[in-house]
Design a binder for this molecule. Sequence first.
Ligand SMILES: Nc1ncnc2c1ncn2[C@@H]1O[C@H](COP(=O)(O)OP(=O)(O)O)[C@@H](O)[C@H]1O
Ligand SMILES: [Mg+2]
Length: 624
Amino acid sequence: MNEPLPKAPHSLEATGRGPIRSLLPYLWPTAETEMRLRVVVALACLAAAKVANVVVPLFYKQAIDALTVPAGSLAAQLVVPVGLILAYALARVLALGFGELRDALFAKVAQRAIRKAALSVFRHLHALSLRYHLERQTGGLSRSIERGTRAIETLLRFMLFNILPTLLEIAMVGVILWGLFGGWIAVVTVITVLGYIAYTLAVTEWRTKFRREMNETDNRANARAIDSLLNYETVKYFGNEEHEANRYDQALRSYEKAAVKSQTSLSLLNLGQGVIISVGLVVVMLLAAGGIVNGTMTLGDFVLVNTYLVQLYMPLNFFGFVYREVKQALVDIEKMFDLLRVNREIADTAGALPLAVGGAEVRFDDVAFGYDPRRPILKGISFTVAPGRTVAIVGPSGAGKSTISRLLFRFYDVSGGAIAIDGQDIRSVTQTSLRATIGIVPQDTVLFNDTIYYNIAYGCPDATREEVERAARLAHIHDFVARLPDGYQTMVGERGLKLSGGEKQRVAIARTILKGPAILLFDEATSALDTHTEREIQANLREVSQGRTTLVIAHRLSTVIDADEILVLEDGRIVERGRHQELLALGGSYAAMWTRQQEAAQFHGVLVPQPLAAVLGEGAASAS
Ligand SMILES: Nc1ncnc2c1ncn2[C@@H]1O[C@H](COP(=O)(O)OP(=O)(O)O)[C@@H](O)[C@H]1O
Ligand SMILES: [Mg+2]
């Protein structure tokens, strides 16, 4: 199941068997007797409906014969046709009734299968690695699921309620015609129908590539539109509306081309189908007319043959469309199930136990890592955060600081060395337990397009209102929220874009506080705040991280001066380590950064009349 799929171009066989086999467990769930019972009864109804359907013209024929060839008495002349007409009506009602019963019974099976399949794909997508998601376009993924589920419905509806019944009907009609009139009429009817089907399959097979092209270009156009709209602000910053429109139009143009090809080939298909059916009809009618002239056939027989052909012709006329839809559905279903076959990059080892958390000591032991093996990012990182202590990581942008947090959270596995919590390698424990232990306030916070309350409560969905507000107070967001017209019910907009960077960060801090994990990780969590607010939060964060193992990735050095150890990361290596005062005394990178930032702060202090220098001085004093 977890094998990567070979990316071979699909033939009809390849697209036909894979998706149906993938779908079977959902349609025939071994655990659900009711569903299987429904399938069986629905299939029985299907057969019954078709039998009734085929019987209808027989009563029709006999009624006509009874009317055109008068029997002896007047009573017989009336009774026989009326009885036949009633039987004809009953057969029609039965055909209809069984058909509806079949649909009603099967609806639950189909909907249940769709739900189960969509859910397992969705779960699987969340189980896939961050790397996978960074490389995918989310719009494309959700469309694949949407298309796939819709395709399951299409496939089931057409396959079971159109294709299968039609084939059954063709067989029955063939047998009846053979029985009644022998040879030619049956042979011509069956040949016409089979020729029609063969032609349809062949042409549809040929034009599938146009459909697929259409699908792909449609996907591309959509992904481009979404990506462009997500970057609305960036587009404006650079005045690139025209560029974006061109890119979108490029995708649309390929779609246009593919769609036109698809439509033209469709017309060709329909034309051929019409010709085949017409020729068949003419030949059969001529044969039947000849039969009447010879006296071997009655008028009723002539009508019967005609009725059967028209009755077959109707679903067959539909069959071309059905086949195209089914073909498309198979492609879409396969695409969706392909997602299920994507390997999990990060998987729990067999028999992984939950992480046993004691004091929550975090240890990096000679950790090496690169997103791409050709470009190492971390080159032998070793440090330990003792239980309940705070370690800070500072360094220039791109040094690998956030990478350290992603590794600790096991979004990726290390390529060398090991990361352990309380002596347990994080690769040997379950991901769920590991992630429950760690609370991260990420560098770039993205919020759900819901209320502020929902976003904070996300840290612990069954928290009480009081707990949510307490967390909001600690994160210094409560007063801000209280002043909003809609308070906690304020919607934050897509990805949280209606909040400022600082507000988003504080919501993120609040929800992590609410989660209350043993290990805290702040990745430049207050970088978007002004110095004043940052200092206010800092005090609360200190309180929150009291007794919790804490890793602080910091941008402003003034926020880490009281850390138990400060690591200076440069180009994937720890170049300096120690406490604030020791590092200052060392006079290396850290001291240089410190001086730079202080100068910047003082310069800033000139522009914004704030006793920043005093604030910074006070911070330095508290560290010593
Ligand atoms: N998903 C990724 N794929 C490839 N390279 C990445 C990825 N994420 C980050 N990088 C690269 O890794 C380096 C370190 O990134 P990061 O840890 O985010 O730095 P920072 O110290 O600023 O937090 C950067 O050069 C960045 O370009
Ligand atoms: Mg970073």
